[in-house]
Ligand binder design. Structure first.
Ligand code: NDP
Ligand code: X2W
Length: 341
């Protein structure tokens, strides 16, 4: 049994950590933090958690100096995490950061896209927390940089193709996301009448997840990544359509075999050879469903992936990383089926 604490537990990913950890056999939640809800009981801020026995004595605190645990999740915005994480690292505590602050080995790339000055990486082993590609590093890390939601769906959709070098360098990702990806604070962009009955493209060529996807895929092979996100009138989920171009004449069955082999030991990757993945199949789950595998007459190979942005795209993946870091069963607290329909 380990103790964990959550910084930023009023937000969407913090709340999702609490929801998923309520079922985790190896974890007690010791501290949860908030600046604006200090002193309040967890059930007051998150009434959907009411009745969870292990949270009966859990109150929000804002005293970060007193926080300790075997592991701390920082579910805080980028820029805020780098102010908080170094102190925990110096105190020898393991940390999983859900923001983008520690995802880049090259800080100048971070600064270019996030448009903020980075305070510098910490003196500790840092792993990029995508278990399907970095399980060994995650196991040995003191700090895990949990991947971005879009990068999770995009990278997993094409990793086998890049590794096998059977596609051209250029890959185009078109992703549709649910509004919870934007966090708990409403904005003009997330205002209901602006979202409802619309599909709104945004940051069409400049989204900060583009370099994250590219630098990770470059570890597998040469790629040039183009990425465009769209806000869809749904609460959870990211559906990604990946457009790739085959360099040799391969058939659909051959491609599917490559995916099945690449992901054969991955419990959270489901390959669909016939059906096209749907967001409701993964809603509330840690699965990344992959399908499509159709090839047009110009050798364009289209792959579709579906994840829940709050689970495999954030808090579920963070718990999967925690399970790896502490040697727990990787499925613990995470193996459930989607809220379909
Ligand atoms: N939503 C998603 O689908 C995904 C989000 N992420 C990333 O995870 C992180 C959290 O996202 P999300 O939960 O959506 O964000 P929210 O805006 O919903 O929540 C952020 C939380 O962080 C706390 N917080 C904000 N600033 C500070 C600060 N300076 N110091 C301490 N606490 C602070 C806030 O709590 P309070 O105001 O109560 O103090 C708030 O509850 C972000 O970096 C985000 O980019 C990653 C993948 C997916
Ligand atoms: C709908 C929406 O606004 N989504 C967010 C993704 C948030 C996120 O996951 O950010 P990080 O993974 O980088 O922390 C966006 O496009 O900025």
């Amino acid at each position: 049994m380990i103790e964990v604490s959550i910084i930023g537990a009023t937000g969407y990913t913090g709340a999702e950590l609490l929801r998923l950890l309520s079922n985790h056999k190896e974890v007690e939640v010791k501290y949860i933090t908030s600046r604006k809800e200090e002193g309040k009981h967890v059930f007051k801020v998150h009434p959907h958690l009411k009745g969870i026995k292990k949270y009966e004595n859990l109150y929000f605190t804002n005293d970060l100096d007193k926080i300790d645990a075997d592991l701390i999740f920082t579910a805080t915005p980028h820029g805020a995490s780098m102010e908080i994480v170094p102190d925990f690292i110096e105190r020898g505590i393991k940390v999983i950061d859900l923001s983008g602050d520690y995802r880049f080995e090259d800080i100048s790339l971070y600064e270019k896209y996030y448009k903020i000055k980075h305070k510098g990486l910490v003196d500790a082993k840092i792993a990029y927390g995508l278990p399907e590609l970095h399980r060994k590093e995650i196991k040995e890390a003191q700090l895990v940089a949990n991947p971005g939601c879009f990068p999770t769906g995009c990278i997993l959709a094409v990793a086998p193709l890049v590794k096998e070098k059977i596609i051209e360098e250029r890959i185009i990702f078109d992703s549709k996301t649910g509004v919870s990806g934007a966090g708990i604070n409403p904005t003009e962009t997330t205002h209901f009448p602006n979202v409802n009955e619309n599909i709104n493209p945004y940051k069409i060529t400049t989204h900060r997840h583009t370099p994250e996807i590219e630098k990770e895929l470059k570890k597998l092979g040469n790629v040039k990544v183009s990425f465009t996100p769209h806000l869809a009138p749904i609460t959870r989920g990211i559906l990604t359509t990946a457009h790739t171009f085959l360099v040799e004449n391969l058939d659909r069955e051959g491609i599917i075999k490559i995916y099945e082999k690449f992901y054969k030991d991955e419990i959270f990757i489901r390959i669909f050879s016939e059906e096209i993945p749907k967001l409701t199949w993964v809603r509330g789950t840690n699965f990344c469903d992959i399908g499509g595998f159709e090839i047009d007459e110009h050798n364009r190979l289209v792959i579709i992936s579906a994840i829940d942005n709050l689970v495999k795209g954030a808090s579920g993946q963070a718990i999967q990383n925690m399970n790896i870091m502490f040697g727990f069963d990787e499925k613990e607290g995470l193996f459930n089926v989607g809220l379909h329909p």
